[in-house]
Structure formats: structure tokens, C-alpha cells
Design a protein around this ligand. Structure first.
Ligand SMILES: *[C@@H]1O[C@H](CO)[C@@H](O)[C@H](O)[C@H]1NC(C)=O
Ligand SMILES: *[C@@H]1O[C@H](CO)[C@@H](O)[C@H](O)[C@H]1NC(C)=O
Ligand SMILES: *[C@@H]1O[C@H](CO)[C@@H](O)[C@H](O)[C@H]1NC(C)=O
Ligand SMILES: *[C@@H]1O[C@H](CO)[C@@H](O)[C@H](O)[C@H]1NC(C)=O
Ligand SMILES: *[C@@H]1O[C@H](CO)[C@@H](O)[C@H](O)[C@H]1NC(C)=O
Ligand SMILES: *[C@@H]1O[C@H](CO)[C@@H](O)[C@H](O)[C@H]1NC(C)=O
Ligand SMILES: *[C@@H]1O[C@H](CO)[C@@H](O)[C@H](O)[C@H]1NC(C)=O
Ligand SMILES: *[C@@H]1O[C@H](CO)[C@@H](O)[C@H](O)[C@H]1NC(C)=O
Ligand SMILES: *[C@@H]1O[C@H](CO)[C@@H](O)[C@H](O)[C@H]1NC(C)=O
Length: 660
């Protein structure tokens, strides 16, 4: 395929030249697996379009005026100063004046700039690149601890079982890249002595600087490694940032490894291979790639709810692809969510059968929740990979039924495994806390955190339009006072100019679609919450209130023993995205205001924290900026790693049945 049009970006203008060169995007068009080099050649073939660049910067800049964490992210208080100090407005000014060799280079800078906030709610995603293809290696890594406490990086013992099943059609390419004496499966469990000639910890820390999403250092280090999650499609395997990239950052990797039971070391080089993301709209060349994947689609921008019936207003398809919860209903919903965005979509790689829990499943399971009884017949387990991905009714009734079933089978203690739970419905998180603990002053009328939203000038104008000009008769807007209660949990009046005070909760009684029982289901001292630290948003709200108010113990799986592991991160309070803010602005007839973000010209998403939860121990400061140390950092061994039942059994011994 030949194209005759090439764009040259020359200071100040774009010139067209007629030179016949191959179309770099035609090389990857229609392919399932491509090389990262070819993918980058396509991406970097597009010059920056100045009007699109200005549009992206403008949308992000004006949407950030609704984000609640800005001041803290510029000047984080101790002990967080080391991790977050990003002045985004300054960054955006820099990006505006900087020139870039290609649109892809601009994207990399914008994306990484936002990621430096280490806040999974405040992320920039451009579907033109993220992720058109996912860039894979067949050797996910894990961090293991010896009996003497020494920690080292290994190729996951289950690597070949995972990747030979998932990459059936590509595994030979990797096998052929290795010397015949080193079959791929013999790398399982091998110790990794170096990555690109350096101690593996160098690569772990380099990734921690760019992976974003979580403020705790330990959590970002651990994102390099593989992990598991219970999701809407059952048990999935998360490859980790080393073996899976959302952009074609690396072409190959050279490792020195020592295989299991070998006394000598081997140097191996493996190529990364990029596989098309199932959500990518197929294309054949540059023109169809850009037309099918880069332009705004239904829901990229907001709507005026006075012109669109609320129940038909689309939720952004693009947003749903990146929320770390399985897709929810495709139309406007008033059920509030607190959920992370990530440039890597939810995993569809299967956890190998040998690691999938083989203990009895107890009924009550729903979307992303499953119940198990361990072989002691005393320890119930609730695996909950998301607070979203099903109707809120199905989640609440399933949670209650499953926990009651566990108790009726004799469970007296409970493990809640929220590994990789990126959040979801706020009221489902509060409901779970309420039914485990029972009614008391920490769960009724509110089992969550007090919150505050930001009172920027445009937000105030939206409230004025609602209370003075009745622009929101269906009570659909976030800024409608009728949707919220004050900090004493009394509803605001229709004319309340409510933006400044603290907010209480809106889950009880009407947001609980299942009636909670009169007594708690498990004593707090018999409950343990387990995760790999990647428990965010609504999962943080649940874990923090359970740990800090009820004294429930928490466990973090893995991590360096000399780094404090946090049992959750990215707390937020309620999250939203540009398109929802745009709906508020349009419905309030304020789109012409100079503070209003313009419609987005690309298929992008900018996420924000719309209201921020205040602390339990220090109620004057956001909970986001208070510590969340785990009770136990369970160091991983070859027997434990990515093996949920082995992990739950060990925790039962250490923190429940076996405790002194
Ligand atoms: C961002 O918005 C502020 C006004 O809120 C404006 O002063 C600033 O110039 C904008 N920055 C960029 C890069 O557009
Ligand atoms: C990937 O590329 C980056 C930037 O070139 C480099 O710093 C990093 O070490 C590479 N990682 C691997 C695993 O090769
Ligand atoms: C390594 O050696 C042990 C002990 O001889 C054996 O049980 C195990 O199967 C060996 N593992 C591999 C991968 O060869
Ligand atoms: C749109 O606004 C008009 C005028 O305020 C009002 O009569 C009408 O009910 C509104 N329609 C919807 C769907 O909100
Ligand atoms: C647990 O219950 C099952 C099914 O009732 C029974 O077969 C098993 O022996 C019990 N295990 C223990 C440790 O009591
Ligand atoms: C809740 O009740 C406990 C005693 O049961 C008391 O110590 C605590 O101060 C109360 N908290 C609130 C917020 O009322
Ligand atoms: C909430 O509103 C009620 C009724 O107006 C009022 O009595 C109460 O003081 C308010 N609470 C707070 C914390 O403002
Ligand atoms: C914005 O202003 C233009 C021109 O002044 C006008 O045609 C348009 O209707 C206005 N739009 C809104 C949403 O007020
Ligand atoms: C739990 O795992 C740790 C390794 O993190 C190990 O040292 C310990 O012996 C295990 N305990 C039990 C009871 O299995």
C-alpha cells in the first residue's frame, strides 16, 4: 500500500508534499501481532496538528478546574512529599509551547505528565494510541522471598502455563528467539540476575516512576510484577508492567537468568510482540486507522440533557473501556461511582487452572464476586475483584446472600480478597461494610467518608443555573443540591447554594436496594482484608473504613520487605470524567462561558476526582493524604505466589485461627 501524501510540520505551518513512500500504518493494518518497531513507525508518522494539540491542552486544563486534589498534588504534605509534587498547570503551559517530532511524542508527554500525579482518577487517555495494541513478553515476573528473607526477581513459576494458553498463535516466535537448548518452559521460576545489564531493581524502580495510578511507592513497584483478580470473566491473570505495556516502549529485553536446578547462568534475549486490542476498530492504512480510532465517538463529549432524554444519554464507550471495572449499563446512571481509570484495560488473560481456587464455591456469587469455603470449614472467603460490573441490586443481594450462606455452612471468620479491585459503586462499598459490621455509629447512617467538592467559578455558575433557572428538572446533574445531603446527613433544599460545606452520604436508606440485617455477620476481629495493594477508589473507601473504624486487619501480598506496603491507594471520594462535566456545562447552558472546556476533537478521556473523602483519624485533611500501612506484608514464595488458596490458607494461620 502506497500513500502519496506526507505531512511535514514546519515551524508555523503544515505543508503537503507528494512523495511516494510506503504507508507505515498499512504494514500493521489488519494484523493481529506486529512488532513494536512497526507500531511505532505508524504512530510517529503523524505530525502534531496544532489545533488538536491546543484542544487537548484546553480540555485538560479546564476540566482540571473541577478536580479536587490539585493543591495537594502540587504540594503534598508529609509523608507524601517524596511522591507527588506536580504543578499540572505549569506542565500544560510547557507542553503548549514545546514542539514535538510527532503526535505520538506529544501523547507520551501529556500521558506521562498526568501519570506523575500517581492518581488513578486523574488520567489522560487518547484512544488513538491507548492501547491500539498491547506489547507483550511471554515471561511475567514475580518478586520472591527465600527462607532466609532474601528477595529476588524470578520469572513466574506459572509463566509458561499462562502464556502458552493465551498466546497460542505467537508462542513459537518467542521459542524460536531462544537457543534450542533453552525451551521457553524451562524458564519457569528462573531467577532473574539482570535486566538490560543492571540489577532488576533498577528496572522495577524505573517503571515505578512512569506507571502512575498509585501514590504509595510499594504499590507502583509491585505493578511491575504479575498478580491475579476475580473478574466478570472469572479468575484472570494480570501480566504486570514488565510483560505487558500499553504503548510500544520496548522492542526486546536481555536478561541473565539462572534456571531452576541449574548451576550456570544463561543470557537470553526475547522480543516484545504487540497484539491488537480487541476494542480497536480495524483499519488497513493511515487514513482508516485515524478515522476509525482517533475521532470523537458517541459519549466522548457531553450532551445537553434538555435536548436528550436522560435515560437515553450515552455513557462514553471510551470511558467504559478504561474504567477498572467491567462495563456497566450503557446509559446515564445516577448511581455514583468511584473508580480508577487505567491505560491498560481489564485483563482477559486466564489464571492457569492449577492456580484457580479448587475449594468449594458457595452460592451467592455475582459479576465480580465469588464465595468460597476453605477446607477448615471455618474460614469463608469473599473474592471481590470490582465494586462494579453488575447491577448494584445484584451486587448488594449477592453480597448479603453469599455471606449468609457462608455463615450457615459454619464460617466464623472471613477473608475478603480485593486484589486489583479498582472500585465501582460507592454505595455497594458502604453496603458491604454495613452488613459485615452491623448497625453502629460508624455504619449508620453513613459507612463512608465525609466529602467535599470543589467550588470553582464555573461550578458555582452551574449551581446557580440549577437553583435559579431550573435547568435540571429531572435532577440528573451532579451539581443539583437535591442529590446530596449535608454532613449531618440532612438533604439540601432545592435552592441551597451548597458547594462549600462538607457532604454526608446518600446511600442510606434509599441507596441500599437490599435491606441490611439487624446484626453484623462477622465480628471485626475475625475479618481480614487482603490485596496486592491495588485496591482503589470504592475499594479504598471500604478497606479504610473497615481498618480504621472497625480495626479489621489488612494484608498486602508481596513487595520489598524494606518498603512500607499500603493496603490501598487512590482514595478519591467520587470520580468522574470530562464528558460528564461537559454534560453539566451544556445542560446548564454555560458552554459559551470562557471557563467551559471545548468539545474534545479526539477520542480521549480525562478523568478527575469530583469529590474528595475526608479523613477518619484527621477529619480536617483528605483521607488520600493519610497513611494506610498494612497489618501484614505477606512475602511471596514459589508456593504462595499467584495461588489464592495457598495465600488464604497462610493468612488464616497467621491472622485468624492460628493467632495467639
Ligand atoms: C489554563 O487555564 C488558566 C485559566 O484557568 C489559564 O490562565 C492558563 O493559561 C491555561 N493554560 C493553558 C496551557 O492553556
Ligand atoms: C524499555 O525502554 C526504556 C526506555 O528506552 C528503558 O529505560 C528500559 O530499561 C527498557 N525496559 C526494558 C525492560 O527493556
Ligand atoms: C529441581 O530439583 C528438585 C529436587 O531434585 C525437583 O523436585 C524438581 O522437580 C526440579 N525442578 C525442575 C524444574 O527441574
Ligand atoms: C427543556 O427545557 C424546557 C424549558 O425550560 C422545559 O419546558 C422542558 O421540560 C425541558 N425538557 C427536558 C427534557 O428537560
Ligand atoms: C468440611 O466439610 C466437608 C463437607 O461437609 C467435609 O467433607 C469435611 O470433612 C469437613 N472438613 C473438616 C476439616 O471438618
Ligand atoms: C461511636 O460510639 C463509640 C462508643 O460506642 C464512641 O466511643 C465514639 O465516640 C462514637 N463515635 C461517634 C462518631 O459518634
Ligand atoms: C444540615 O442541615 C440541617 C437542616 O438544615 C441543619 O440543621 C444542620 O445543622 C446541617 N448540618 C450541617 C453540618 O451543616
Ligand atoms: C453560544 O453562542 C452562540 C453565538 O453567540 C449561539 O449561537 C449559541 O446558541 C450559544 N450556545 C449556547 C449553548 O448558549
Ligand atoms: C506463610 O508464608 C510465609 C512466607 O511469606 C512462611 O514463612 C510461613 O511459614 C507461612 N505460614 C504458614 C502457616 O503457612
Amino acid at each position: 500500500m502506497i500513500t502519496t501524501i506526507v505531512l511535514f510540520s514546519i515551524v508555523g505551518f503544515v505543508a503537503l508534499a507528494s512523495i511516494a513512500i510506503p504507508d507505515p500504518c498499512a504494514t500493521i493494518g489488519g494484523q493481529k501481532w506486529v512488532s513494536p518497531q512497526d507500531l511505532r513507525a505508524c504512530y510517529t508518522s503523524f505530525a502534531v496538528d496544532p489545533s488538536i494539540k491546543e484542544n487537548i491542552v484546553d480540555v485538560i486544563n479546564k476540566t482540571l478546574a473541577f478536580h479536587t486534589s490539585v493543591n495537594y498534588e502540587i504540594a503534598a504534605p508529609e509523608p507524601f512529599t517524596e511522591f507527588v509534587h506536580e504543578d499540572l498547570l505549569k506542565d500544560l503551559a510547557r507542553i503548549s509551547s514545546q514542539s514535538y517530532p510527532s503526535d505520538y511524542d506529544l501523547h507520551l508527554d501529556v500521558s506521562r505528565t498526568l501519570k506523575r500525579l500517581n492518581d488513578g482518577h486523574c488520567v489522560w487517555i487518547n484512544s488513538c494510541y491507548v492501547p491500539l495494541f498491547l506489547n507483550f513478553l511471554p515471561i511475567p515476573l514475580v518478586l520472591l522471598t527465600d527462607s532466609d528473607g532474601t528477595q529476588s526477581v524470578h520469572i513466574a513459576p506459572e509463566a509458561f502455563a499462562v502464556t502458552s494458553a493465551e498466546f497460542l498463535d505467537e508462542i513459537d516466535v518467542w521459542q524460536e528467539a531462544l537457543p534450542p537448548a533453552i525451551p521457553l518452559q524451562t524458564l519457569d521460576g528462573a531467577q532473574v540476575l539482570s535486566i538490560e545489564g543492571q540489577n532488576p531493581s533498577v528496572a522495577v524502580d524505573a517503571n515505578a516512576l512512569i506507571t502512575g495510578s498509585f501514590q504509595p511507592l510499594g504499590t507502583r513497584q509491585n505493578s511491575f510484577f504479575s498478580s491475579y483478580q476475580f473478574g466478570a470473566n472469572g479468575w484472570t491473570y494480570i501480566m504486570g508492567d514488565f510483560a505487558q505495556q500499553s504503548l510500544p516502549l520496548n522492542d526486546s529485553v536481555t536478561l541473565v537468568v539462572q534456571r531452576v536446578n541449574e548451576s550456570t547462568t544463561d543470557t537470553i534475549e526475547l522480543p516484545y510482540r504487540a497484539r491488537i486490542n480487541p476494542a480497536t476498530v480495524s483499519f488497513t492504512d493511515s487514513a482508516s486507522y485515524r478515522a476509525n480510532n482517533c475521532l470523537p465517538i458517541l459519549g466522548t463529549n457531553g450532551v445537553d440533557l434538555n435536548e436528550t432524554i436522560v435515560s437515553a444519554a450515552p455513557l462514553s464507550e471510551t470511558v467504559m473501556k478504561f474504567q477498572q471495572q467491567p462495563p456497566i449499563l450503557k446509559t446515564f446512571t445516577k448511581e455514583r461511582v468511584n473508580v480508577m481509570l487505567n491505560t491498560i484495560p481489564l485483563s482477559d488473560v486466564a489464571l492457569p487452572p492449577s492456580l484457580v481456587p479448587n475449594v468449594p464455591v458457595v452460592s451467592g456469587g455475582f459479576g465480580s464476586g465469588q464465595f468460597y469455603m476453605l477446607s477448615d470449614n471455618k474460614t469463608g472467603v469473599f473474592a471481590l475483584g470490582s465494586f462494579g460490573g453488575d447491577t448494584i441490586d445484584a451486587m448488594m443481594s449477592g453480597m448479603l446472600q453469599g455471606l449468609i450462606n457462608l455463615k450457615s455452612l459454619g464460617a466464623t471468620q472471613l477473608i475478603v480478597d480485593v486484589s486489583n479491585n479498582g472500585g465501582g459503586f460507592i454505595c455497594a462499598a458502604e453496603f458491604l461494610h454495613r452488613i459485615i459490621i452491623g448497625p453502629k455509629n460508624t455504619t449508620v447512617p453513613q459507612a463512608g467518608l465525609d466529602t467535599e467538592t470543589r467550588d470553582g467559578p464555573l461550578a458555582r455558575l452551574i449551581v446557580q443555573q440549577i437553583i435559579q433557572n431550573d435547568v435540571d428538572p429531572s435532577q440528573a446533574l451532579l451539581y443539583n443540591p437535591l442529590n446530596w445531603n449535608n454532613a449531618s446527613n440532612v438533604a439540601f433544599a432545592a435552592d441551597n447554594d451548597w458547594l462549600l460545606p462538607l457532604l454526608g452520604q446518600e446511600c442510606q436508606p434509599n441507596g441500599f436496594t437490599t435491606m441490611p440485617p439487624d446484626e453484623g455477620l462477622f465480628p471485626a476481629s475475625n475479618v481480614v482484608i487482603v490485596s496486592n495493594g491495588r485496591c482503589a477508589s470504592s475499594c479504598s473507601l471500604f478497606s479504610i473504613t473497615m481498618a480504621k473504624e472497625e480495626g479489621v486487619k489488612t494484608v498486602v501480598l508481596g513487595g520489598r520487605s524494606d518498603v512500607q506496603q499500603a493496603y490501598c491507594g487512590t482514595v478519591g471520594g467520587q470520580s468522574t470524567v470530562f464528558s460528564e462535566i461537559d454534560t453539566e456545562v451544556k445542560t446548564a447552558k454555560l458552554k459559551n462561558n470562557s471557563l467551559a472546556p471545548p468539545d474534545m476533537m479526539v477520542n480521549g478521556v480525562q478523568g478527575i476526582t469530583w469529590r474528595l473523602g475526608f479523613g477518619i483519624q484527621d477529619p480536617t485533611q483528605p483521607e488520600e493524604w493519610q497513611p494506610h500501612p498494612a497489618t501484614l506484608n505477606l512475602l511471596l514464595t514459589p508456593d504462595l505466589v499467584n495461588n489464592p488458596v495457598a495465600i488464604w490458607t497462610n493468612i488464616t494461620e497467621q491472622l485468624l485461627t492460628g493467632r495467639s
